[in-house]
Design a protein around this ligand. Structure first.
Ligand code: TYC
Length: 109
């Protein structure tokens, strides 16, 4: 078919159009979960929290706890929104049950 016989933008019937589909894999937003220092929560309790809720070994848990103790804040892990929110809730509930003022927060990375 001649170009003039087609409407503007219309394909030549003899033309093969190959469309490349780009897999749209959007990375999820990630959130840092942080522990805050205070003067009253026992060090051993914080280490236990890091082992129990953030799957840290004793050495890593102790290192993070001491970092928070000395610097005021420290990272426990980086998670998707729902996982981070669950961790924060679990830690805050656990601290309250034991009447410790430990604070756990999340922030967008
Ligand atoms: N500063 C606390 C103490 O001296 C220990 C502590 C560490 C508390 C980390 C909270 O997130 C925290 N007993």
């Amino acid at each position: 078919m001649s170009k003039d016989a087609r409407r503007p933008g219309e394909q030549d019937p003899g033309t093969v159009v190959v469309t490349k589909t780009r897999p749209k894999t959007k990375r999820p937003n990630m959130y840092r979960v942080l522990l805050l220092n205070d003067d009253y929560t026992p060090m051993e309790f914080v280490v236990h929290v890091l082992e129990r809720f953030f799957n840290k070994g004793r050495e890593e848990a102790t290192r993070i706890m001491l970092h928070v103790h000395h610097h005021g804040v420290g990272e426990c892990g980086i998670y998707t929104y729902e996982v981070a929110e669950t961790k924060v809730t679990q830690v805050m509930d656990f601290a309250r049950q034991h009447q410790h003022p430990l604070q756990c927060v999340m922030e967008k990375k």
